[in-house]
Design a protein around this ligand. Structure first.
Ligand code: HEM
Length: 487
């Protein structure tokens, strides 16, 4: 690998690692508060909340989940995918270097600036941003007077711009590859190609929504005012955000789908089954992803006709996702898999993706979503189908990419153990959150103890927290194993 590209990739991966560590730590704080609200957090409690006798102060809880969601999506998974595209893509299309390496260097600078702005916002007057990763007004406008909210806005804009630059290079690297044969393009490359296309289409919408939010905060406009106030409409922001927000899920998972398909085919020592169907499925998902976003707004007062339209389109988009599963099963059918680390991560990712995907069906239906919307069931669902599946997919890609960086990956037994410990840990965290949601537990709820109807479900909260601690420990163990054997 060219030394400049290697340096950029290593730095971007390190930044993503830092983001993941911070996001993971925040999730443990959230989990502890939900399980032991009255008990100080061991070790960290006195450091983080010196004047508080319980776990997390009420005013800090919204800031914790806002930061957790924002860091994990915009400063952990996104830069990791950007670095892995820089490392993995050129050889996949027969090139030595990406088309525009400078774009990745600029992206690294923007990711770093964004993360610094986000962390600076924690110390802002009137406190850290506390309006969720979706930053819906008026929470993110009139209800957030301090600089923290504006720094959050600028931070996410930096991450979006960095991703856009990286995506322009991905498109140029693939489409401009001199000896490219589309019929033989690996599915990993197709995944990056469709993800970059979605970034190019939908990140400008996020940037536009953030610019309008900035205008409401600082330029005296009233585009997203609360219903009680004359002028704009806060719901318009939610439409703009989710027009980007739902394709964002596919932006993050398309490269993983491609990598999983290639890893399983390599381990089975045969070409991926139903290859053309998989490429067509990726294209279908790319086309439909901008049309299903309304399922995030089914309880926001949409007209019944519109709500039914979004429900139908959402059920439709699950069909191409099923094509991936069919291809993975057909590829593995009758094959004897040798010991292979990327294949272990991929198999674990397939299990979580299928389970997580199935839990999406009741959320797509107008009827059941009325009950489940904004509950812990939603949090369980997207962590299974997105967060945990992507985490495993990233490790499958990283295990291969380390070689190109001149570093050694952990041994196959260590990687296999890590893959299944991560999968079991994720199931242990997020299945209880599905159960809690079915029991009526809302998401973004500070203290479940305050509600008697949630008392019988406390054990599920505690199972999820113990599993989260095990999941976190498994990642630390992987890091130690890798660090000790990296050269
Ligand atoms: C690995 C361990 C993880 C654990 C234990 C965890 C735990 C949690 C919990 C408990 C919440 C809900 C807080 C609440 O509503 O009260 C949450 C929210 C969230 N998590 Fe995670 N999470 C993890 C990983 C991830 C990853 C890898 C991602 C992204 C790729 C992610 C993205 C989010 C987002 C976007 C939210 C919503 C934040 C909001 O409500 O604004 N999480 N997480």
């Amino acid at each position: 690998m060219h030394p400049d590209d290697r340096r950029t990739a290593l730095r971007t991966l390190s930044l993503a690692g830092l983001g993941a560590a911070l996001g993971g730590l925040l999730s443990l704080l959230l989990r502890w508060q939900l399980s032991f609200p009255g008990r100080p957090i061991p070790l960290l409690g006195p450091l983080l909340f010196p004047d508080h006798r319980g776990a997390v102060p009420a005013a800090s809880y919204p800031a914790l989940f806002t930061l957790h969601g924002t860091v994990m999506i915009f400063f952990a998974v996104t830069p990791a995918l950007s670095a892995l595209a820089l490392i993995r893509l050129p050889p996949l299309v027969g090139r030595e270097r990406p088309a525009h390496p400078a774009l990745h260097r600029a992206a690294l600078g923007l990711f770093a600036l964004g993360l610094a702005l986000l962390l600076a916002g924690l110390h802002a007057r009137f406190g850290a941003p506390a309006f969720g990763w979706t930053a819906a007004p008026p929470l993110s406008t009139a209800r957030s007077p301090g600089a923290g909210a504006t720094l959050w806005l600028l931070a996410v804009a930096c991450s979006a711009l960095a991703t856009l630059l990286g995506s322009f290079d991905v498109l140029a690297t693939i489409v401009g590859a001199p000896k490219l044969a589309w019929s033989r393009l690996p599915l990993s490359a197709w995944g990056h190609l469709f993800a970059a296309t979605l970034n190019a289409l939908f990140l400008p919408i996020l940037l536009g929504a953030l610019a309008l939010l900035f205008s409401d905060r600082h330029l005296g406009t009233a585009l997203f005012t609360a219903p009680s106030q004359p002028g704009g409409d806060a719901l318009v922001y939610q439409h703009l955000f989710w027009i980007f927000g739902h394709p964002e899920v596919y932006i993050l998972i398309l490269p993983v789908w491609g990598a999983v398909s290639d890893a399983l085919a390599r381990a089975a020592d045969r070409p991926p089954a139903l290859r053309r169907a998989v490429v067509a499925a990726m294209a279908a998902v790319t086309l439909l992803s901008g049309l299903v976003y309304g399922h995030h707004l089914l309880t926001a007062g949409l007209s019944p006709l519109l709500a039914q339209g979004f429900m139908t389109l959402t059920l439709l988009i699950s069909l191409p996702s099923a094509a991936f599963v069919a291809s993975w099963i057909a590829t593995l059918h009758g094959a004897s898999l040798g010991p292979d680390a990327p294949a272990s991560y991929s198999l674990a990712a397939v299990v979580l993706f299928v389970l997580g995907g199935l839990t999406g069906i009741p959320l797509a239906l107008v009827t059941t979503d009325r009950f489940l919307h904004d509950s812990a069931f939603v949090v369980g669902h997207f962590h299974l189908v997105m967060a945990a599946t992507i985490l495993l997919g990233l490790f499958a890609m990283l295990h291969e990419a380390l070689g190109r960086l001149g570093l050694r990956a952990p041994s196959i037994p260590v990687a296999r153990l890590h893959a299944w410990a991560t999968a079991l840990g994720a199931l242990g965290v997020f299945i209880p959150m599905l159960r809690l949601g079915l029991g009526g537990a809302p998401r973004r709820l500070y203290d479940p103890d305050l509600y008697r109807y949630l008392h019988p479900l406390l054990a599920w909260q505690r199972v999820a927290t113990v599993a989260a601690a095990l999941l976190f420990t498994a990642q630390l163990a992987w890091l130690v194993a890798w660090w000790r054997g990296r050269r």
